[in-house]
Design a protein around this ligand. Structure first.
Ligand code: UDP
Length: 356
């Protein structure tokens, strides 16, 4: 069996890779490395437990820090693992700082790199995730995309078509594999909001809170706000309080949160994964951002982009609540199998693939 390494950066990576890892373990001698970027029990270990993902062989323990600190620490620690293990190739997923550090360390040692979730583009260069995506896709020797339009993005940027594959979106397999656990009879809206542009810029955080306050005044529906540690710190720094009707709650386990997404009358989020899950359930969902890389969901009418104007946000909420959303069907099937199939076939030619 070929020895490979699969990298886990943050919470959504554990979730999205959960089914793929089970397949990779069958066909490869697969070593799992967790960055340790997320380290609280309810941001890390709970997802291993709930999704039956085995404990990684390595945890690099990089924790929080500035972008440069995180990426640099990760490169230093991961390089040691790579030199010790000498894998045939390395798999990274997504666009977080850990993914970038994993990708840079791998590529610098000329070890073949596979990027899952390749080719998504928001075209918003201010977003740290957009910079990470572009760099990782261009470093990767094999890009695995969810949708044909993501592959098109890569080809427009000049990448070799033979390195770019389309397999569907693995989140569909994850949602289908689990049983959700949450029930509440009274209606509620659900919020997740922790992207840098929404919580670090004082004006934007203020706009989000004003929007939620006005939404509650209009609809009198309870708003549950998942409060991430970083958002809590920024709220305290700026002296903001949660408005009446907006209830902060701690990060939830996956099964509980997925159940909440299913039950909520409306989900308001700046997360990429949450919008996909809502689209699968047919739950009305708004993206609280000015740009998105999930353009497919906008085009299908199952998600709207609010922009950062409070009146416009309220209009978007009214619109989302006014019509029935059909669950999406374009995420495909047998995604983990397809990924293994591509990797088994191409792992034989990876040395040649290092030629651009
Ligand atoms: N999630 C969770 N508990 C929560 C909030 C989110 O399990 O309290 C899950 C959610 O279902 C989704 C993922 O975490 O699968 C989204 O994570 P995040 O917003 O951090 O990442 P992004 O999607 O922006 O990469």
């Amino acid at each position: 069996m070929k020895k490979i390494i699969t990298c886990i950066g943050i919470r959504p990576d554990i979730i999205r890779l959960s089914q793929i890892l089970k397949k990779l373990d069958t066909y490869f001698n697969n070593i799992i490395v967790d960055s340790g970027q997320h380290y609280d029990y309810n941001l890390n270990k709970i997802f291993y437990d709930q999704l039956n993902v085995r404990i990684p062989e390595y945890n690099l323990n990089i924790k929080s820090g500035t972008h440069a600190t995180q990426v640099a620490k990760l490169m230093i620690e991961f390089e040691k693992v790579l030199i010790k293990e000498i894998p045939e190739f390395v798999i990274v997923l997504g666009d977080n700082n850990s993914s970038l550090g994993f990708a840079l360390a791998t590529s610098k040692l000329n070890i073949p790199l596979v990027h899952i979730e390749a080719g998504m583009r928001s075209k918003n260069w201010i977003m740290p995730e957009e910079k990470n995506r572009v760099v990782i896709d261009h470093l990767a020797d094999m890009n695995i995309c969810y949708l044909p339009e993501h592959r098109e993005n890569l080809l427009r940027e000049g990448l070799n078509p033979r390195r770019c594959w389309v397999v569907g979106n693995p989140i569909i397999e994850v949602v289908q594999a689990v049983k959700t656990s949450f029930q509440q009879d009274s209606p509620f809206y659900l919020v997740t909001c922790h992207r840098a542009e929404n919580i670090e810029i004082k004006e934007n955080l203020n706009k989000v809170l004003t929007f939620l306050s006005k939404l509650h005044q209009r609809k009198s529906v309870e708003i549950k706000f998942i409060l991430m540690p970083k958002t809590k710190i920024m709220m305290e720094k700026y002296g903001f309080e949660f408005p009446e009707g907006v209830k902060p709650i701690p990060p939830q386990g996956f099964l509980e949160f997925l159940g909440m997404e299913k039950e909520a009358k409306l989900v308001l989020t700046d997360s990429g994964t949450v919008v996909e899950e809502c689209a699968i359930f047919g739950t009305p969902c708004l993206t609280i951002r000015e740009s998105t890389e999930r353009i497919d969901l906008i085009a299908l009418g199952v998600n709207s982009l609010t922009g950062m104007n409070v009146e416009q946000m309220l209009d978007a909420a009214e619109l989302a609540l006014s019509h029935k959303i059909e669950p999406v069907t374009h995420y495909g099937k047998n995604i983990s199998d397809k990924i293994c199939n591509i990797l088994i076939g191409n792992s034989l030619n990876f040395s040649k693939n290092l030629e651009r």
